[in-house]
Write a protein that binds this ligand. Structure first.
Ligand code: ASP
Length: 314
């Protein structure tokens, strides 16, 4: 991501350019905080990230974090898909040691890049006892966010990651981690060898449900729909969801609203209560793009078992 990008001399636009060693070298005082080993896992813009790559990343992090000489792991990652990547690792890394995702909103050729300070704080957190038990976090601009609830909220500002009404887990400043909050972490999966295709859509006023039908006909093994409000869709989208359910495709209903849960409040055609009765799974307050990752891992673990799948979302 941007943390490891520089302006291309010809186009002036950011492109992947910086190695892990160079990132570490660019941070004054880092060597005093910890002994750092660098692994150049890959350097791509995170818009090109896939669950398959996160699977490989998770495998690597699981291997590394087991070592007794390792206090924690920092993953530098593009901010565009960081919230999803962190959640994927949250679900699949089996350790209480800190795994800290960080990145930057301004690239390495910016006159005032945010990457070096973010790396410094991430390393402070990764080697701090105060951070034990938080699991995977997204730590940028001093704030520590839990992987499950974090989202990117601003396209260009260094203060972009927030945890909404749940609040930050903590704050890293002046070489120390301050702990505000804990989060209960329950779900863990073994790493599967591959992930089933699960498709995510956001609905809207006037949605005709065509894309849902298309995904079903093209072999999707699960669907996640960002619904309106507390989990409602219009009648045509509802028909398309019923079509998916009739083909035995699990459908998870999340919400496109920023805060709050999907609840079975409405019983009319397309209401959350009706969808749940027909077999759709309500995602609670887990955002749709992350519900997709959870459904993929759950399908890989327990197969298409409605009751077991549902239990992961409760
Ligand atoms: N283009 C970037 C990415 O890879 C954005 C960023 O890292 O801030 O996600």
């Amino acid at each position: 991501g941007t943390i490891a990008e520089k302006a291309d001399a010809r186009t002036g636009k950011s492109v992947p350019a910086v190695s892990g060693e160079e990132l570490v070298k660019a941070v004054p005082g880092l060597a005093k905080v910890a002994n750092i080993g660098v692994l150049n896992f890959m350097n791509i813009d995170s818009s090109q990230m896939t669950p398959g790559i996160w699977l490989k990343l998770s495998k690597k992090v699981n291997e590394i974090i087991k070592r007794p000489d390792i206090a924690g792991v920092v993953v530098t990652h593009g901010t565009d898909t960081m919230a999803e990547g962190a959640y994927f690792l949250e679900l699949t890394v089996h350790s209480d040691k800190p795994v800290v995702f960080t990145g930057a909103m301004k690239d390495a050729s910016d006159p005032c890049p945010d990457g070096p300070a973010n790396i410094l704080n991430a390393v402070i957190q990764a080697s701090s006892k105060e951070a034990l038990g938080w699991g995977v976090t997204v730590t940028l601009n001093n704030y520590v966010n839990g992987a499950r609830d974090v989202r990117k909220t601003q396209t260009t500002n260094v203060q972009t990651f927030e945890s909404g009404e749940k609040g930050y887990l903590g704050y890293v400043y002046d070489g120390k981690v301050r702990r505000f909050n804990d989060r209960i972490r329950k779900i863990k999966f073994p790493l599967p060898s591959k992930l089933p295709p699960v498709v995510f859509f956001s609905t809207y006023a006037g949605d005709r449900g065509d894309f849902i039908r298309y995904a079903v006909d093209k072999g999707a093994k699960g669907l996640v729909i960002d619904a309106l409000g507390a989990g409602n869709v219009n009648a045509e989208t509802c028909d398309a969801i019923l079509y998916a359910l009739s083909k035995n495709i699990p459908v998870v209903i999340s919400t496109r609203v920023y805060y709050g849960s999907v609840v079975p409040a409405y019983g009319d055609h397309g209401g959350g209560g009706m969808l749940e009765k027909k077999g759709a799974i309500l995602a609670g307050d887990l955002m749709g793009t992350k519900a997709r990752l959870l459904l993929m891992l759950a399908l890989a673990e327990v197969g298409n078992n409605p009751e077991k799948l549902k239990s992961y979302f409760e």
